[in-house]
Write a protein that binds this ligand. Structure first.
Ligand SMILES: [Zn+2]
Length: 236
């Protein structure tokens, strides 16, 4: 095999691993952020529900105040209607007003009960979310620890690979061929080389002309796949 090709193959093994470790180092914080966002979402929802419940309770208090005022008014009307000197016409008028006030009190009380029910529903829902949150926090803690451990391991692995890589890159690979390789490595996400098997590029699975195979076997130059541009190699 062409010695440059052999050197690139060795380099490719390390670079593939570097790409894998780098992908892991990108994935880990993303996963952690995604889980953390879910918990934050839950916390926000709980705060929102409690806030809604508080708003509803304030309205209930207002209704209660209104009812208290109306009851005072009712009592005042009742006492006035019982005073001496109230004739039949005035009594009828008092009774009519008392009925109206009672009706308004009933409506307000129903409204208050409805609002109270709504507030209870909101608090109930908040409590359910709090339970979910409580249940998930230990899991999240463990996950966070695992991510920290895995990240440290991946970083150590990456440092070691990059050290190994330095030695491999300096192994007599001509500058222009190294540049070609590095460009392909980036465009092809960590796979700059592809095996040729039965005249099919194993990088993109397109068949290539026989003369390219002959050129690969001659081992004088680097041969690229006409379709995916990867540098081709063959074990015979
Ligand atoms: Zn190809």
């Amino acid at each position: 095999m062409n010695p440059t090709l052999q050197a690139l193959l060795d380099l490719q093994d390390t670079d593939r691993e570097i790409y894998r470790v780098r992908a892991e180092l990108e994935r880990l914080p993303r996963e952690l952020a995604s889980r953390s966002e879910k918990l934050d979402g839950l916390r926000e929802r709980i705060a929102e529900l409690k806030n809604d419940a508080q708003g509803l309770r304030i309205r209930v208090k207002e209704v209660e105040d209104t009812v208290a005022t109306l009851r005072a008014r009712q009592r005042k009307l009742e006492s006035e209607s019982n005073e001496p000197g109230v004739d039949a016409a005035l009594l009828a008028s008092y009774q009519h007003e008392i009925r109206t006030v009672k009706g308004t009190i009933n409506e307000a009380e129903e409204d208050g009960l409805r609002l109270l029910g709504l507030a209870d529903q909101k608090l109930e829902e908040a409590a359910q979310h709090e339970e979910t949150l409580e249940a998930e926090l230990p899991d999240f803690g463990k996950f966070e620890e695992a991510v920290a451990t895995e990240t440290a391991a991946a970083e150590a692995r990456l440092a070691k690979l990059q050290e190994e890589r330095k030695g491999l890159e300096s192994e007599g690979i001509p500058e222009d061929q190294l540049t070609l390789y590095l460009g392909l490595l980036e465009r092809r996400e960590g796979e700059a080389l592809a095996e040729l098997a039965d005249l099919i590029c194993q990088g993109c699975f397109v068949s290539i002309p026989r003369n390219l195979y002959v050129r690969i076997m001659r081992g004088v130059e680097l041969v690229q796949c006409p379709n995916c541009n990867r540098i081709l190699y063959s074990h015979g």
